[in-house]
Write a protein that binds this ligand. Structure first.
Ligand code: DGY
Length: 329
C-alpha cells in the first residue's frame, strides 16, 4: 500500500522527522526560511497530512490547495493562531499542537527576560563591549530589585503557573488576571492573588503575558493599558507579538511612561532591523526563542509527528485543538 503523502514545512529535529520518514512519503522543506506562499500552495497539493510551523499561515487557500485528501494538520507549536481553525473544523480536519512539553522552557525564558530587564544585563554587556567601563560607579546601570517585587501574570495557564513557581523562588508577590482560570485550580494559583486587569496593571512591578492570540487578546496591551502601569513597570512578552500594540509600546517606552519591555515575540515577526523599538535602550528583543532548548524542540517534534501520524491513521490526535471534529462520530 502506498504510504501517506505529507508535507513538512521546515526541518524539525530528527526525532520527529524519523517517525515521519518511517511511516510516510514525506517531503520536508529544507530551507532556513519558510516556504513562500505560492510554494506552500504548490507543495500541499494532494497531501494527506501537513506539518506546519507558526510561520505558515494555514488558511482556507492552503486547505483548498491540499484538496479533499487532507486528513490532518499538525502544528509544531503550542499556539495555533496561524491556522484557520474554523475552516479546519468545518471540514472535519483535526488540528494538533504541542502543549505541555514547552511549558517549563518557555517559563525559564520569561524569567530570564524579566531578570535581564530588571538588572539591565544587555545594556551592561553592550557597555562593556563598547569599552565604556572605566570604573566601579555608585549609580552605574542601576536597575530594579526582583525580590520583594510584585509580578502580574496575564493568563494563568500552564506557562503562567510555571512562571509563578519561579517567582515564588525569588520572593516575589504574584497577582494574576485570567477570566478563564478558576480560582484554586493549579498548584500555585491558590496562593497568587486573583485581580482585575486594571488592578494588576496599576500594582505590578513586572507584567508577564501568557495568553493565546485571539480576537479578544489582540492589542490587549494598548496605549490605555500601558497608561495604567507604573512608570517603573517592566513588560515581558513571551506569548504572541500582536497581544501588544507596538506603536503604543514605543511611545510609552520613549516617554518613560513605563520603564522597560523585554520581548520574545513581536509584531511583525521578524521585527525589521530598522524598527523603532530597536532604537530604544529600554527595550530588549530576542527572536522568538522561548521554547528553543535542544530537549524541548525535540519533544515538540516527536509530539507533532505523533499527532500527524495519528491523524493519518484516522485515530484521535493525542493533542487536538478542535476535538469538535470527533463529536459527529
Ligand atoms: C509556541 O509553541 O507557540 C511557541 O511560540 C513556539 O514554541
Amino acid at each position: 500500500m502506498a504510504k501517506p503523502k505529507v508535507f513538512v514545512t521546515r526541518m524539525i529535529p530528527e526525532g520527529g522527522l524519523e517517525l515521519l520518514r518511517r511511516a510516510c512519503d514525506a517531503e520536508i522543506w529544507s530551507d532556513e526560511l519558510p516556504p513562500p506562499r505560492e510554494v506552500l500552495l504548490e507543495k500541499v497539493r494532494g497531501v494527506d497530512g501537513l506539518l506546519s510551523l507558526l510561520t505558515d499561515p494555514v488558511d482556507i487557500a492552503v486547505m483548498d490547495a491540499a484538496g479533499p485528501r487532507l486528513k490532518v494538520i499538525s502544528n509544531y507549536a503550542v499556539g495555533y493562531d496561524n491556522v484557520d481553525l474554523a475552516t479546519a473544523t468545518e471540514r472535519g480536519i483535526p488540528v494538533g499542537n504541542t502543549p505541555g512539553v514547552l511549558t517549563e522552557t518557555t517559563a525559564d525564558m520569561a524569567f530570564a527576560l524579566l531578570m535581564a530587564a530588571a538588572r539591565r544585563v544587555v545594556e551592561g554587556v553592550e557597555y562593556t563591549r563598547a569599552g565604556r567601563w572605566r570604573t566601579w560607579g555608585p549609580t552605574l546601570l542601576l536597575g530594579h530589585d526582583i525580590h520583594g517585587a510584585t509580578l502580574g501574570i496575564i493568563g494563568m495557564g500552564r506557562i503562567g503557573q510555571a512562571v509563578t513557581r519561579r517567582a515564588y523562588g525569588f520572593d516575589m508577590r504574584v497577582t494574576y488576571f485570567d477570566p478563564y482560570c478558576e480560582p484554586g485550580k493549579g498548584p500555585f494559583v491558590d496562593v497568587a492573588v486573583r485581580c482585575s486587569l486594571d488592578d494588576l496593571l496599576a500594582e505590578a512591578d513586572f507584567i508577564s503575558l501568557h495568553v493565546p492570540l485571539t480576537k479578544e487578546t489582540y492589542h490587549l496591551i494598548d496605549g490605555n493599558a500601558l497608561g495604567k502601569m507604573k512608570p517603573t513597570a517592566v513588560l515581558i512578552n513571551t506569548s504572541r507579538g500582536p497581544v501588544v500594540d507596538h506603536d503604543a509600546l514605543y511611545e510609552a517606552l520613549a516617554a518613560g511612561r513605563i520603564a522597560y519591555a523585554a520581548l520574545d515575540v513581536t509584531d511583525p515577526e521578524p521585527l525589521p532591523a530598522d524598527h523603532k523599538l530597536l532604537t530604544l535602550p529600554n527595550c530588549l528583543v530576542v527572536p522568538h526563542i522561548a521554547s528553543a532548548s535542544f530537549a524541548t524542540r525535540t519533544r515538540m517534534a516527536v509530539m507533532a509527528a505523533e499527532n500527524l501520524l495519528a491523524g493519518l491513521r484516522g485515530e484521535r490526535l493525542p493533542h487536538c485543538v478542535n476535538p469538535e471534529v470527533y463529536r459527529a462520530e
